[in-house]
Design a protein around this ligand. Structure first.
Ligand code: SF4
Length: 268
């Protein structure tokens, strides 16, 4: 039950985030935690997987290419690359009849091609089982310890990753946890656009993790550089030298996007 002192403003904040008519986790779920992390439904206001109308014209495509702040619209063929999108919704504001954002949060994948949303596409973003290294499912299905490195992150994705372990989302129920030392970790989770200043720390952390190990990019900044993609302060060479096992789009990524992506990666 909500306390009597709950203000209208607080109720609205809860409603927007969780999409609950009378909000309050206990009131909605009957439990402090989300009972089923794979079937949870987010509010319609959530900016998840976009859909582009099949009849979008060449002129409208050009308009979107020009207004997007991160060049997320690609050409030949035309598509929206989730790895570059910061979910600002400017494209929707310009052409609300031709593009919309669904509340589908399951947009993490191990296949960069799956990050591309084409006109007329309504199918979900899929995880490609054939691209997953065999040892990942075998070794990490029941337990996965991760070390997080914020490589010039702005603390938004980092906060959502913290939330993934809280009592509400509780990814620990699947044996997924963040650990303090890379020597105790099975993989690295990178946030931020990867600055030159953080290059050495990233390499040292990666080297300290025992093999076999996995690499996960969380957030648009980590996947593509996002708004900072052209900054001279970045050094993204780490990604040229190490394979990426999972891309988790979002700006920031939602805890459910991260958790469901990791569950797909580990074959849960
Ligand atoms: S929501 Fe994404 S695709 Fe649309 S304008 Fe913003 S960054 Fe570009």
């Amino acid at each position: 039950m909500l306390p009597d002192t709950e203000t209208e403003k607080n109720k609205n904040i809860r409603n927007v985030y969780f999409g609950l008519p009378e909000a309050g986790i206990l009131h909605h779920h009957g439990k402090q935690f989300v009972p089923d992390l794979k079937k949870a439904v987010l509010t319609e206001l959530f900016r998840g997987r976009p859909e582009i109308s099949a009849d979008i014209s060449i002129g409208e495509q050009k308009l979107l290419e020009e207004l997007c702040p991160t060049a997320a619209f690609e050409t030949n063929p035309f598509c929206l690359n989730l790895g570059k999108c910061v979910f600002c919704k400017e494209c929707y504001f310009a052409l609300p009849e031709k593009i919309k954002f669904t509340n589908d949060y399951k947009i993490a994948t191990n296949d960069p091609e799956q990050l591309k949303i084409f006109p007329g596409q309504t199918s979900p973003v899929r995880f490609n089982d054939t691209l997953r290294r065999k040892e990942i499912k075998k070794l990490f299905r029941k337990s996965l310890k991760l070390r997080q490195v914020s490589a010039a992150g702005d603390n938004s994705c980092e906060m959502e990753l913290n939330a993934a372990g809280n009592v509400n989302f509780d990814m620990g129920r699947f044996g997924i946890e963040f650990v303090a030392s890379p020597r105790h970790a099975d993989g690295i989770v990178i946030t931020g656009p990867l600055s030159e200043n953080m290059r050495a720390a990233l390499e040292i952390t990666w080297d300290a993790i025992p093999s076999p190990k996995i690499c996960i990019l969380v957030g648009t900044d980590a996947i593509s550089g996002g708004l900072f993609a052209k900054s001279p302060a970045l050094d993204r060479s780490f990604l040229e030298n190490h394979p990426v096992d999972l891309y988790v789009p979002g700006n920031p990524s939602h805890p459910l996007t991260f958790i469901n992506g990791v569950l797909s990666l580990t074959g849960k």
